[in-house]
Each structure stands twice: as structure tokens, then as C-alpha cells.
Design a binder for this molecule. Sequence first.
Ligand code: ZN
Ligand code: ZN
Length: 267
Amino acid sequence: MDSPYPIDTGFDGHVHTYLCNHARGTMEEYVIAAINKGLHSLCFLEHLELGITYHQKSWLNEEDFAIYFKEGARLKEVYKDQLTILLGVEAGYNPEMHAQFSNVLKAHPWDRIGLSYHFYRIRDKHFNLLSRKPDSLAILIEQGPNLILEAYFASLLDALQIMERCDVVCHLDACLRHTPEGRLSEKNDIQIDTILDIMQQKQIALEVNTSGFALRKTPFPEATILNRAMKRGIVLVPGSDAHDPQQVGRYFGQLDDYLQTAFNLQM
Ligand SMILES: [Zn+2]
Ligand SMILES: [Zn+2]
């Protein structure tokens, strides 16, 4: 049976490249992988972070983005008959960098702006909430998962309120990625509902991030949140969050069934 809530799985809305320093593969390798998988569209959604103190740069700086746009323009031209290529940004929000954040987002001709939140500051250092590195995990758990989860959703909410343009919210519940002990509290659920309300008002899409299938057998976010998004008529877009060309379009074949189940949940 067709899903009552169709999702365009010919489009992968979220891939990374070697430019972010923690993925492999050139932009062209991702384009070729997308064509070989039979996709009609591919969106690069490269990492942008501002004012983060971290042991390695795992995002693009201005020089990297210059290469990104130049190579992206070349690929759009070369492959125009085979694939629609979008050059987007996964804008990582830092609550302490409001003004700079808005300025950088305005300064480039992004095809798509995705919002995410990765880095949480404790004293003078940032910790990646979505990292699986044991040391950063230990410190985050020591802070208390509730505090961290509340800060995560509060930051997304803050970002959505100040952003002049946001097209898609990335991997909404990925804060649970490596903290299986962490559960969403009632307060988190209220925060998520507020986020979804704003997305509905501003017509911002929700990403169904299939990297979750590898880690916990469901996408980010999982079914109960997807159900609440669907009830609000929020558009869902698939994203593989590929950090290797082989991961383009990963698990997309499971999305129709998963969304059907999410749609049918009695809540
Ligand atoms: Zn990444
Ligand atoms: Zn990503």
C-alpha cells in the first residue's frame, strides 16, 4: 500500500565530503554515487560552525566554502542532465554567536539551509553532543542527560526564533544518539512540540535522517515525533547524512514502511 504520507526518496538532502575533515570522498564522488543509485537530486549540506573551541576543525571555514561553491558550480554544469545538485549548509547553532550566525548565512547563496545543534560549552571547552568519543560522552553524562537534552532543544528553539531563513531541521532527536540512558522527558516533549509548531508556522521541513537506522534501527527523529510532525502537515525530506559516498541514499528503501507505521500510531 502506498504511504499516506509520501516522501521523495529520489532526493538525498544531506551529504558531507572530505571538506569537513571527518568525511571521505570528493563532491564528484558523491554525485556519481547518487547517479548510480538512481537519485534525481542530491543536496550537499556541509558543516558550518562558529566560535567553537574544539580539538579539531570538523566544519568548513570561508576558504573551504569558496572551494565548495566553485566545485559545486562546475558539477552542476557537468551533470545537469543527470542530477539536480544543491549546495546547502548544515548550520550548527551556537547561542553565543547570534549576530555572526545571521551574517554568515546571509553572505552565501545557499540552495538550502539546514539547522542543527552539535556543540555544548562547559567552561572554556565545547563538547560535541552527537559524538561517540568516550571522553566527551563521559563528561556529558556527568553533567546529567536531562540538562543536556533540555539545552539541546532550547538551543534549536532559540535558533528557529532568530533565523530569517531556515529550510529544514536536521536529525531532530539525534541528541539521543550515543546516550541510550538518556530518555526524553515530559519537558523535552513540550520543547519538541513547540519546535514543531514553529516549523509548521514558518513552513520549515523536517529531515528524516536515515543514519539512525544503522545506530538504533529508526531514523532521527523516531516514529512518535514523526507522527506529531505529520499531524501538523510538516513536509518530510530524507537525508542520509552520508560521510562516505557509499552511504548516499542509505536505508531509503525502508522509509515508506517506517513512515506508514509512524502515521498509524495511536497517540
Ligand atoms: Zn559530520
Ligand atoms: Zn550532517
